[in-house]
Design a protein around this ligand. Structure first.
Ligand SMILES: C[S@@+](CC[C@H](N)C(=O)[O-])C[C@H]1O[C@@H](n2cnc3c(N)ncnc32)[C@H](O)[C@@H]1O
Length: 262
């Protein structure tokens, strides 16, 4: 993904007829108006439904059932998620599809509510439309795809009942985060790939303060978290799935996996 950024910057150097990155740095000093252009160059919007299948399998079989069971045991009826850097909606809608097709019938009194945010207003507009090319959904299991979409010509339209689960907003995560708390936060292939250490830490402070006491955080599979007192531990090695560590009383969700006896 970083390669995409390098490519874009190289193209920009050619447009400006600059010989090197050092020359571009000097150009930025002399032309502060270029900073927003550079910022846009760094916003890579690549995504697809069911991206990193093993992560979504973990969410389906472990994370979401645990969270759901925990909430029901406390008499709560809403599971709140945030998809940060949601691109065209592929990630939050994948969550909505998994919930509706695999979990909803097991947790009938619980509603899934997803807030999905991105800096790019065009991406958010696409997400709200819920219309995709076949290439975006090709990794989604065929049965789920057939149930969730209506195909018209060569476009796939996500059905209303899935779209209704997700609320979209344009938001720069460096400046503003949605109100929590969230039981599940997905922040994949954005902060921990593109931001420098300082912004990673700053954003992570915001994320951890919005994570519910027994919440889960998912980052990109190849990403890692900056060092810090985040109070979370890996849920599953190599998937980028974390959960809040137990407090001093060991109070966390030590519950049977849903589906094996729930
Ligand atoms: C590579 S995509 C990741 C999409 C999705 N999370 C996934 O993993 O498939 C990164 C997204 O982050 C968005 N983004 C970049 N900078 C951002 C910022 N400062 N605040 C919010 N979103 C941002 C981009 O517009 C893009 O849609």
């Amino acid at each position: 993904m970083r390669r995409q950024v390098y490519k874009r910057i190289n193209r920009r150097l050619q447009e400006l007829e600059l010989p090197s990155v050092a020359a571009y740095r000097a150009y930025l000093e002399d032309n502060p108006g270029e900073w927003p252009a550079l910022d846009t160059l760094c916003q890579i919007g690549i995504s697809r439904f069911y991206r990193d299948r093993s992560v979504f399998e973990h969410l389906e079989h472990e994370t979401l059932p645990h969270l759901a069971q925990r909430l029901l045991s406390r008499g709560e009826n809403e599971l709140h998620c945030w998809s940060a850097g949601c691109a065209g909606g592929e990630e939050p809608y994948t969550l909505a599809i998994i919930w509706r097709q695999r979990l909803e019938s097991r947790f009938l009194t619980l509603r899934l509510r997803i807030v999905a945010t991105d800096i790019n207003s065009q991406a958010i507009h696409r997400a709200e439309r819920g219309c995709y090319r076949a290439s975006s959904v090709k990794e989604l299991p065929l049965e789920w795809r057939n149930q969730a979409f209506t195909t018209i010509a060569d476009e796939l339209y996500l059905k209303d009942e899935y779209r209704a689960t997700v609320t979209f907003a344009v938001l720069d995560i460096r400046k503003q985060l949605p109100d929590g708390p969230f039981h599940l936060i997905l922040c994949r292939n954005l902060v921990f790939t593109y931001f420098d250490d300082e912004y990673q830490r700053k954003t992570m402070e915001g994320i951890s303060s919005r994570l519910a006491p027994d919440g889960a955080l998912v980052i990109g599979k190849p990403e890692s978290l900056p060092d810090g007192p985040w109070g979370i531990e890996p849920w599953s090695t190599g998937l980028g799935v974390y959960r809040k560590t137990p407090d001093a009383n060991g109070d966390r969700f030590i519950l049977p996996v849903a589906g094996k006896g729930s």
